[in-house]
Design a binder for this molecule. Structure first.
Ligand code: PA5
Length: 452
């Protein structure tokens, strides 16, 4: 099997000669700190050797529960937010049919997502869609107390029980949560749901290779064994004893740091030329945003879908403020083969493309974009992926995780916490008069009165 490849040549040219290599000692120190667990956030390093610790027995347990849901449900709703949501969606959307919700193939249940927003219309429309359908729920929350997820789960649980009866509902509701703590654990124990544990030492955004990602991906009909094999391969290829010159996680971390601190590139745009990768970029945004954005530091992670966004953000990227660099995820071989047909009249003038694959045009769009953006002062990192399948997605996931851990440490932040996420929650709970927030409620009301 091949591996994903990294090309940083068109980014390194924006730095002084040797600048990337000069980061090798910093990167090595970060790698060692991860390995020896001497870094900040060292109680959240369970992801580091997670792929190689996954056993066939464990994957068998995931598959058994997935098969039950696949057999009993036409729709499965995955409730979760942030790290308890994005990884599963990234893989499912990357591998699935782009029109999955329209193509009822009967083989696979439709996978829907909830608990990742508080949109009343969204939830009302979801519950309306589920009316009369055989649906199951995977409730995912490490803390077990996240408001968005808990709200959605309360609605879904009631609807599932109303439609199926409590006994049958119990067979199609699965909880993935902390081993002991939290409301999701308490509910699962009381109701007797099947459960999986999110390990204590794996933070949300690093949890896609735990049941958080694996169960929904298996329910959707994808091969989690291959996904894990890909991640295992990348764990080896990015291990500390792999020299800097060929360690793609180390090099990606180094070039990002150079662009950020030496070339003033504060924004990284992850771009794809395959719409199926939209949610993969959403997952990446969360991984890097929550890991690096703290202590008033951090590269801002953005994402674009090309060529779509070349007709919106393309202008800004080409000629706007020169504070960006691009990381393009390029898929070498699409799954399908679609050729441009001949047209006798050639009214659209496209006969020069006759017989060519659509992907050939896409690849020229990619190359043309790369040349234009580099000419316009945008450093370009290219990650090429042989094909969109479970194996290479597993590689990509682990590659980005490893590079993220290294990057955060090189930037001298704790990549494994997210204290900033609490600020909005505290205000929301105070505004909603949540029991236990009486003092905050009083203070916030006084502030709002003053600001009127
Ligand atoms: O990466 C993280 O830790 C967060 O994004 C969490 O995954 C997110 O806030 C959801 O938390 P929980 O799983 O506790 O509901």
């Amino acid at each position: 099997m091949e591996s994903i490849k990294l090309d940083i040549s068109k980014a390194a040219q924006f730095l002084n000669p040797g600048a990337v290599e000069a980061y090798a000692p910093h990167v090595a120190a970060a790698q060692e700190a991860l390995e020896k667990a001497t870094c900040p956030g060292n109680d959240f390093l369970g992801w580091l050797h997670l792929p190689s610790s996954i056993t066939p027995e464990f994957l068998g347990q995931i598959q058994t529960v997935a098969d039950t849901l696949r057999e009993k449900c036409e729709v499965v709703v995955v409730a979760g937010i942030g790290g308890s949501y994005l990884g599963a969606r990234a893989v499912i959307e990357a591998l699935g049919n782009s029109f999955a919700w329209l193509v009822n193939d009967k083989k696979n249940p439709t996978i829907l997502f909830a608990g990742n927003n508080i949109g009343e219309d969204y939830l009302a429309e979801l519950t309306a869609y589920l009316k009369g359908k055989k649906f199951g729920v995977i409730n995912i929350s490490k803390s077990g107390t996240t408001t968005e997820t808990a709200l959605a789960f309360r609605l879904l649980k009631k609807q599932c029980e109303d439609q199926l009866g409590k006994e049958a509902a119990r067979e199609v509701i699965v909880a993935i949560t902390d081993e002991h703590k939290g409301a999701a654990r308490a509910a699962a124990t009381k109701e007797g749901y099947k459960t999986f544990i999110i390990p204590d030492n794996v933070g949300g955004r690093f949890s896609v290779l735990t049941p958080v990602g694996l169960l929904p991906i298996a329910v959707a009909g994808f091969d989690v064994k291959k996904l894990v094999e890909g991640a295992q391969q990348m764990e080896k290829e990015t291990a500390n004893d792999v020299p800097f010159a060929s360690n793609i996680a180390a090099r990606y971390a180094a070039v990002r740091q150079g662009l950020y601190s030496q070339a003033g590139k504060k924004i990284e745009i992850v771009a794809n030329f395959q719409p199926k990768l939209h949610f993969f970029a959403e997952w990446w945004k969360q991984l890097y945003g929550e890991s690096e954005g703290k202590d008033h530091k951090g590269i801002f992670p953005a994402a674009c879908d090309f060529t779509t966004d070349l007709h919106s953000m393309g202008q800004w990227i080409q000629q706007g403020e020169r504070s960006i660099f691009e990381t393009v995820i390029s898929v070498e071989q699409p799954d399908a083969k679609l050729l441009f047909p001949h047209d006798d009249e050639n009214l659209d003038g496209l006969n020069f493309l006759e017989g060519k694959r659509v992907d050939e045009v896409n690849k020229m769009a990619e190359l043309g974009t790369r040349l234009a953006h580099v000419d316009g002062g945008v450093p370009n990192i290219r990650i090429s992926v042989p094909a969109l399948n479970e194996y290479y997605l597993g590689q990509l996931i682990y590659f980005f995780e490893k590079a993220c851990g290294i990057s955060g440490l090189v930037q001298e932040v704790n990549p494994f916490n997210q204290p900033g996420v609490e600020a909005y929650k505290k205000n929301m709970f105070a505004l909603l008069n949540k029991p236990g927030y009486e003092a905050e409620s009083k203070a916030i009301q006084e502030r709002l009165t003053k600001e009127k």
